[in-house]
Design a protein around this ligand. Sequence first.
Ligand code: PLP
Length: 622
Amino acid sequence: AEIYGIDRWGHEILSVLPNGDAGLIDVLNRDATPVSIPSILQDLRVRGITTPVLLRVNSFLQSSLVELNEGFKAAIRDYDYQGDYRGVFPVKVNQQAEVVRRIVETGGQYHYGLEVGSKPELLIALAQNLSREALLICNGVKDEEFIRLAIMSRKMGFNTIIVLESPKELDHVFKVAKDLNEKPALGVRIKLTHQIKGYWATSSGDRSSFGITVDNVVDVVDRLKAEGMEDCLVLQHSHLGSQIPDINDVRRTVNEACRFYTELKSLGLPLQYLDLGGGLGIDYTGEKQANENSINYGLAEYCEAIVETVKYAMDDAGVAHPNIVTESGRGVVALSSMLLFDILDVTLYDSKVEPEVREDDHHLIRDLLGITSYLSSKRLQESVNDAIYYRDEIRAYFRRGNLNIRAMARAESVFRYLVSKFKQYAAEIEIPPQLEEQLDGFADIYHGNFSLFQSLPDVWAIDQLHPVMPVQRLNEVPERRAVLSDITCDSDGKVDKFVLADGVSNTLPVHEITDEEDYYIGVFFVGAYQETLGDLHNLFGDTNVVTISLKENGDFDLLHEVEGDTIAEVLNAVEYEASACLAAFRQRADEAVSQKEMTISERRELIAAYKDSLAGYTYFES
Ligand code: PLP
């Protein structure tokens, strides 16, 4: 199990049970027996919930939220900070009803609110049980209807704040406020100039898409004053970025945000809230370093860095400490769920079957086989070079018509035998990275029952790393190395970068699979962004989703279940009506019957199969 590096990247929520199963640790009760992931899958299967399944663990969700709020509480106390912390969850990071509901429920004790970036998200937020103390922050491009709803919602006890993303939105605000004769609570989103590093660098800095540049901010303030509405401006929003790798970038950007805040205060504005947006990162690799997939800070350090920076900046300027708002999405939900899928099939690249020497072989095939006479650890690289050379020559001969298909097939099986020998020697010695890469190119392919495009879009789009690991047999040495291919017919649909104990690898150590036992793989920390960014490539729909709570005795309770999309549903999403498809199919079957190409009972069977498929899961069903 050590090879996977769970101790490094596991965030202390995963363990290995004595029987080799991956176990889930109840972070809210660390003395409880960890719950075996394979046994959860078995139980779900009995209930009719099959893989792929997105498994969400309630205590993981709760604990991230509690840690964030407690982190700010502790920092506020330690630095004798005079303002409060009022976090909000950005709905776009995981809009699933179950997630939002549980966040609002757990966050209630902290007056934790919601952030919305669109009208549909606003409607979600307005249907939640948010207290008056919790904020409802409205970002994003807003039309008049959006603004009307936001202003009116304050009458119902929502603490809704409209954050101006552009000076143009002011026109709508003035008009609606006059129509309703209501004063809104407003924020202004200011573009910071400091750019953070990492995958989301462009979401920060003055070339980022959202926010108002400094010249326009002054204009907005003047227009508010002219309308007698400057007392409405209670919040300054400055999004720091997303997945910020370096804590000092957090400090620098917060500092810049504070400069704007103190300047705006000096213009006589009644600001009370400093909203620093998102940015709290997740250490996906456990490296604890500032890079795209890791961060060089912990949660407590993040909270302290913000509170300390704001306090010093405010004290220097003689400005009262604002209430600090953050819009952490990833940091709150990323750890809470994992994608679990079964391996459907395996393409083994190498072969242990030793080919016999044949006198009538083509001389190139004899050369290829001859490599076995000098192959040794010392001459491994040379042997690999030779094998690739002879194999490519043989392929070229075949393409030109100088070798037949049987000879070509024999050459390929000799090559695969050599590959198994190469891997055997490589496992015993230290090999240079280039040779390792060459051998990785001969890794097995494990075909998984999932769609990368639906369930792990950031892995496909930006090479985001998520820890990936088999969830059983972790007490057995994994003897094979594989890349994972998904169920879509797309060569991009594969995972070939893995977080292991000794760094990032192009192959995943896996076990040889047997026909008797299912073999499951887990992809961890997929709670943020992945669920709703996913698309319907090849019309693979949403997976089954279950939320569980872990029990003290190593068992679990099923809290919530959402069945994955049926084929009829995904067809509907691309404008096919299932009933029309069925009617067309039925008509064609009727024609076949009348032409005597099919019997009536065959027709019945075929139509039943079509109907079953329409109502069934889009993924492989065993
Ligand atoms: N707030 C705003 C305005 C954002 O644009 C984002 C994401 O980019 C977030 C909050 C959430 O950021 P994160 O998931 O890094 O916490």
